[in-house]
Design a protein around this ligand. Sequence first.
Ligand SMILES: Nc1ncnc2c1ncn2[C@@H]1O[C@H](COP(=O)(O)OP(=O)(O)OP(=O)(O)O)[C@@H](O)[C@H]1O
Length: 335
Amino acid sequence: MIEIAGLRKGYRRLRGGTHRALDGFDMLVEPGQVHGFLGPNGSGKTTTLRALLGLVRADAGEMRILGHASPAALPQVISRVGAIVESPRFFGNASGRRMLSLLATAGGVPQTRVEEVLAQVGLRERGKDIIKTYSLGMKQRLAVASALLKAPELLILDEPANGLDPAGIREMRDLVRALAAHGVTVLISSHILAEIQLICDSVTIISRGRRVLAGPVTGVLASFDHGDFRVRVADLPRAAQVLGAAGVAVTAAPDHLIAHRVTEPARLTELLGGQGLWVSELAPLTPDLESVFLRLTGTAPAPEGMRQVDDAVLPPAPPPPAGEFSFEPGPEVSR
Ligand SMILES: Nc1ncnc2c1ncn2[C@@H]1O[C@H](COP(=O)(O)OP(=O)(O)OP(=O)(O)O)[C@@H](O)[C@H]1O
């Protein structure tokens, strides 16, 4: 649905020189996916989406949208793409229904679509109310409704959950999943990572204008899972000794141990119980998208040394060798 290769975009700095917003960025979005586009503030997400939609001119790189070169062939495909990249502006004194009706007329879309998209975004009941009485979440859903008027195959949403409260975020999540269930491919840029983990099938993570990771969410998380378990017992030093002697790599935190590369958790309880050490908690520390994101974007190389790193090539932080014991004074390694 979207193919981007080697995308470059520099912005002139006021004091001279160029700021490389995109530095050879690649992205692939497969059909039928909800694809998360993640990156810290200023990493180049909006610039990428604007370049893809012909709103800003790229310096170099290849982009294809629904198989057509962008921006050259955009006029042929744009009717099959819905996008909310700039904050949409509506007439505050019009009703949601009236606004969509005007947009349908302007876009040559049959008026029957207005009721359909109002229903799709859950605004049919409030369609007659004027827009300035809408909550932020309702305005966001109205924006999505406007992008859905032409029944797009691909929907591009830049930060759709921005500024929404938990209920609004949940509504947006349900809406995106419902669209995906109807075969719409969705690209969502966001830095609300827990949200992306919940709704996306696959992700691309961008840092300083370069892709640092891409792949299915489950695969990305699995590649950062090194079998860590949190172990709580009353006598931590003795437990560390027992596990270490049995060849288990252990890290100590102030009130628990972390056992690494555990394949059989029951073996830990057996080892400890055998020495009269009763386990009060044994919990897997599976990585979440947030810990992966922080690790990748927080340790991104300096701009000069930038390197495209794909498919979780970056190794996870190595646990200590088997049987060794290290002390970790900080909080949990993962949640
Ligand atoms: N019109 C512009 N002129 C100059 N610099 C720009 C312009 N637009 C973006 N930039 C710079 O390019 C970089 C990438 O910006 P971009 O808006 O694409 O990032 P982003 O990942 O969307 O960030 P955010 O999550 O904060 O929206 C930033 O350093 C930004 O300051």
